[in-house]
Design a binder for this molecule. Structure first.
Ligand code: ADP
Length: 610
């Protein structure tokens, strides 16, 4: 080994030894979560990284921790000011020197940050992507000792994602200008196609690819057909979430206000949030929500992107989102602290018509067909009786087992299902016998014995399957067709032609039994049910006292309560009731830095001194 090699080895060895200590001291965690260490190591080895991990999986730590073990500054590109701001506040609360440069800072402030950067006093610098196209800024970067670049929300690079941003496309200049500086890209959602797009657009060099499971086991996911305007279903749902933080998404500005007003009338603390409100009002609502001063925000999708509030306990969609990416990202805002959270999707056929008409209005580009396909996947998901977690994972090319009890479909009692094996076999047989050349409506016509001209001309009234489908209405047969599509027993080709898959052939031969949720055939919707329990073994009184203290400290310091301690930390404190510093350091989320800041005050409450 050359002397430089020995030196590099030593640094690496020390870094590895220091990893766990840093994890504990700065972040208050005793162990890494799955995949975190792999990414931390790759970054310390100066490799490019592409990590896909669901919201709440702990991506930030993957680049923040190695930064603390490196000499220079890490540049983090992030799409949203609010997101950057929250991250900077959280880092500073953990004793880590971080800053952001954005249009929000005045000259004086920017100059101070610049000077601190030159002195090596800043470990993490957050910037918006457009800053990287600024020649002055780039020039300054060339004078700094940069550890690596972080591209947060990296799916924005891809046109095939759901949030393409032109400014992200230009990030390709990073590898052109800083060829030897590694890049670590992070996102919560990326299909394989988007993943490839990220890697090629950023010019990543043989990146370490780390894809986490999309299974969010603390999320209870449910979807129901909306009855009328869905408000009764909403009230029913909120009964099991009294006093908890949540977001309710609606489609239009008007409906955010109407739903907020409706809830206020029922004595529930809710505020509307949409792009048309004055900025001060929006900021105030955002701040109130983050600080637990307002319980529920009823919002258009303008709200919540990048929100760093870990104790959101529920997310409701009053209408169908346009893509599964959007849906997954929006529900992902719930339960980031790892505690149980619940999501409810209410949808109806009208939503589909409305979403389709939005897409119709788009200019004729390949993107338009893409948007239709994405909507179809969303609709199939909403109607599906398969495991919700598994369906989402499959959409993102991830295979996971069924969740058993973390979604409405898996936890639905058997009695709510009807056996449609025979009907499925009839339908598949009709598809096969008509030569796999027709769409679903035609197949249903055959089963129902229609006298439609085309059908008669084709001689399909002579088939054995002709007119054998009396047991179900046309609408019910269409539902059965959807179910076969969801299960992958059939696939749709050009001109919406249905063909059998290998699995479909097996179903037709009677190898598999198929069942369907009863409500789909009867159209009547089952009431919203179930209750998630959490916090079952904690001291309620103590928890409330700790929460009060947390609110006091937060408002005194002007930071959101979860930055002081997360809900999970409070829960853990009220279960373990530590009586000393040592015991307190055993608690989730409390490290040396946090203890120094807030430990004594919380200990006093825990020791019943106050
Ligand atoms: P993401 O960016 O992937 O959405 P975050 O970085 O915001 O996720 O982390 C989500 C939550 O997980 C935070 O509350 C964070 O403190 C917690 N967390 C991260 N890493 C760990 C760990 N190793 N042990 C325990 N909690 C962790």
């Amino acid at each position: 080994m050359t002397s430089f090699g020995v030196f590099a080895y030593r640094i690496r060895y020390t870094a590895i030894m220091n990893k766990l200590q840093t994890l504990e001291d700065y972040f208050g965690h005793k162990t890494f979560r799955p995949l975190q260490e792999e990414v931390v190591d790759a970054i310390l080895n100066r490799e490019d990284v592409l990590m896909i991990l669901p919201t709440g999986g702990g991506k930030s730590l993957c680049y923040q921790l190695p930064t603390l073990l490196m000499e220079g500054v890490t540049i983090v590109v992030s799409p949203l000011l609010a997101l950057m701001h929250d991250q900077v506040v959280a880092l500073r609360a953990n004793g880590i020197s971080a800053a952001m440069l954005s249009s929000m800072q005045d000259m004086e402030e920017s100059r101070k940050i610049e000077s601190a950067l030159h002195k090596g006093e800043i470990k993490l610098l957050y910037v918006a992507p457009e800053r990287l196209t600024n020649a002055y800024f780039l020039n300054m970067l060339h004078q700094l000792n940069i550890n690596f670049f972080v591209i947060d929300e990296a799916h924005c690079v891809s046109e095939w994602g759901h949030e393409f941003r032109e400014n992200y496309r230009r990030l390709s200049l990073l590898k052109e200008q800083f060829a030897t500086t590694p890049i670590a890209a992070f996102t919560a959602t990326a299909t394989k196609a988007v993943e490839e797009d990220i890697a090629s657009n950023l010019g990543l060099v043989d990146p370490k690819r780390v894809r986490g499971s999309l299974f969010r086991e603390n999320l209870m996911i449910g979807a129901h057909h909306r009855i009328k305007d869905g408000r009764q279903q909403l009230l029913e749902f909120l009964k099991s979430h009294k006093g908890e933080s949540g977001i309710i998404y609606t489609l239009s500005r008007k409906s955010t206000e109407a739903v907020a007003h409706f809830l206020q009338g029922k004595g529930i603390e809710a505020k509307a949030y949409h792009a048309g409100l004055p900025t001060e009002e929006k900021n105030a609502t955002y701040a109130d929500f983050v600080a637990d001063r307002v319980q529920i925000v009823v919002a258009t999708i303008a709200f919540g992107m990048g929100i760093d509030k870990s104790n959101i306990r529920f997310v409701v969609h009053m209408t169908l989102p346009k893509t599964l990416e959007n849906f997954y990202q929006e529900i992902g805002r719930a339960g980031r602290d790892g505690l149980e959270a619940e999501t409810l999707l209410l949808f109806s056929a009208q939503d589909i018509v409305q979403q389709k008409s939005f897409i119709e209005d788009l200019p004729e580009t390949p993107y338009k067909q893409h948007a239709f396909n994405k909507l179809d996947s969303m609709v199939r998901f909403a109607n599906s009786e398969n495991c919700r977690h598994q369906s989402i994972a499959a959409y993102f090319d991830d295979r996971i087992a069924v969740c058993h009890d973390k979604c409405d479909n898996c936890s639905a009692p058997e009695s709510e299902k009807v056996d449609i094996t025979t009907a499925s076999r009839m339908m598949l047989s009709a598809i096969l016998r008509t030569g796999q050349k027709f769409g679903l409506h035609y197949i249903v016509d055959v089963l129902k014995g229609s006298r439609e001209q085309r059908l008669l001309q084709n001689g399909h009234d002579t088939l054995s399957v002709y007119g054998i489908g009396d047991e179900y209405t046309k609408a019910q047969w269409l539902t059965i067709g959807d179910k076969l599509l969801e299960l992958g027993a059939v696939s749709i080709g050009e001109f919406k032609v249905y063909t059998l898959t290998e699995f479909g052939v097996e179903v037709m031969k009677g190898v598999h039994a198929i069942d369907l949720k009863k409500e789909r055939l009867t159209v009547k919707t089952a009431p919203v049910k179930k209750k998630v329990t959490y916090f079952d073994d904690y001291d309620v009184e103590m928890y409330d006292k700790l929460r009060t203290l947390r609110t006091e400290i937060a408002s005194e310091k002007g930071i959101p309560p979860y930055i002081v301690f997360s809900d999970k930390t409070l829960k853990d404190l009220s279960v373990k009731v530590p009586q000393s510093k040592e015991e307190m350091l055993e608690v989730h989320g409390i490290g040396e830095v946090k203890f120094e800041r807030y430990g004594e005050a919380f200990l006093r409450v825990l020791q019943h001194d106050v």
